[in-house]
Design a protein around this ligand. Structure first.
Ligand code: PLP
Length: 406
């Protein structure tokens, strides 16, 4: 088997100061210097291995960054206090006032709101396009465009972006391609397919324990250093710094990411295939009925599967709410936003994580009222989960009682 990203993460050795198998956690916001000259040089960014102040960098954050750079195959990575901390810093680093972004129209609601509303302050406009149409993307590019932005597998519609083709297009126009890979760690490596910057909300699969928010920007040394620049760096100056204690706990959780991703994907594929046979409207990139299925197969690392997220459409918000409440009552998962937890999480994106997107635009992009987004958990007996979910749907009249599943 190929030596892949998960092996590289496992191979990183940073022992603790007493020979501990995990690196020591840096418990300081500031660092002493024996000479004033070294302090000055560190401030200027010229001293390798010296730390000045933890908003700039800290040993624990650098260890986590190293693992994330190994995950994405980029030169380096800067960790941040949330996924939005990473996204906003990257955008503000790349775009000046009066410039322009071409973005996929199906993206996380917070990113959409930032681009559509917040960036008005700087007169930065975004053209939201169908990312699966390269023609639409290219037609939206203007001389003022400073980046193409997309999610590899989009939230919540699970559209698959053709990263290699988008990277070629971005290169042709001499602009960077920025990809949020939160939904598909290990499965897709956008950096290896040509993306210039790869972002994650670590809050989700990568941490996997739903106990903190965090993010990362993976890219070249030049870009990540620019983000940390004391005079102009959006990372340094906007101040979205991850705490060292959290960085250390996320790093420990990352050691099992490969096992978790395989199980999330295996369980999601099982449910998607069975729900589809039952006649439900299921969207999952692992189904051949999904419009991005062939593309996903082409750009993914097979062993990690098609990811842990699927959606079903049960016809109305009322039915969606009833089903989610019933499934929670049966302990099949939690009615909660977010993803990547050991337990299945479900929510109706139209009224939660995508509620920032106006209703007309939701309809236009195919985000219907009855849509439920599932982040499938690590259930050991997924057939049992399926049977109980199906009986909940029969109970609510979403499925007929005589539906047969092979
Ligand atoms: N990107 C995607 C695809 C997300 O789903 C989310 C959150 O749901 C974010 C970014 C934002 O991450 P965070 O909540 O860690 O700021």
């Amino acid at each position: 088997m190929a030596h892949d990203a998960s092996d590289k993460i496992q191979e990183l050795h940073n022992f603790g100061e007493f020979g501990g198998v995990n690196p020591s956690i840096s418990d300081s916001s500031t660092y002493t210097f024996l000479s004033a000259k070294t302090m000055f040089d560190t401030f200027e960014g010229n001293t390798e291995g010296c730390y000045l102040y933890s908003r700039h960098s800290s040993p624990s954050n650098l260890y986590l960054g190293e693992a994330l750079a190994a995950l994405e195959g980029t030169e380096t990575a800067n960790v941040t206090a949330s996924g939005m901390g990473a996204i906003t810093a990257v955008i503000l680093q790349l775009c000046d006032a009066d410039e322009h972004i071409v973005s996929s129209r199906t993206i996380y609601g917070g990113t959409y709101a930032f681009m559509k509303n917040f960036l008005k302050k700087f007169r930065i406009n975004t053209s939201f396009v169908d990312i699966t149409s390269l023609k639409a993307v290219e037609e939206a590019i203007t001389p003022k465009t400073k980046m193409i932005y997309c999610e590899s597998v989009s939230n919540p519609l699970l559209e698959v972006a053709d990263i290699k083709a988008l990277a070629d297009l971005a290169k042709k126009h001499n602009i960077p391609l920025v990809v949020d890979n939160t939904f598909s760690p290990l499965s897709i490596a956008p950096g290896k397919l040509g993306a210039d910057v790869v972002i994650h909300s670590l809050t989700k699969f990568i941490n996997g324990t739903s106990d903190c928010v965090a993010g990362v920007v993976c890219g070249t040394k030049e870009f990540c250093l620019a983000l940390k620049d004391v005079n102009n760096g959006a990372g340094m100056l906007l101040g979205s710094t991850l705490d060292s204690l959290r960085a250390a706990s996320i790093l420990k959780n990352m050691r099992t990411l490969h096992i978790r991703m395989k199980k999330h994907s295996e369980n999601a594929l099982y449910l998607a295939q069975h729900f589809e046979k039952d006649g439900l409207r299921v969207v999952y990139p692992g189904l051949s009925s999904h419009s991005g299925h062939t593309l996903m197969k082409k750009q993914m690392t097979n062993e990690y599967g098609f990811g842990g997220i699927l959606t079903i459409d049960v016809g109305s918000l009322e039915k969606a709410n009833q089903l989610m409440e019933l499934m929670q009552k049966k302990n099949l998962g939690y009615l909660a936003v977010s993803l990547g937890f050991y337990k299945t999480l479900f929510s109706a994106p139209g009224t939660s994580t995508s509620s920032e997107i106006p209703e007309e635009e939701q309809i236009e992009m195919g985000l219907s009222d009855g849509l439920i987004r599932f982040s499938i958990g690590l259930d050991n007996d997924i057939h049992r989960t399926y049977t109980l979910m199906k009986s909940s749907m029969v109970e609510l009249g979403i499925l007929d009682s005589d539906t047969v599943t092979v």
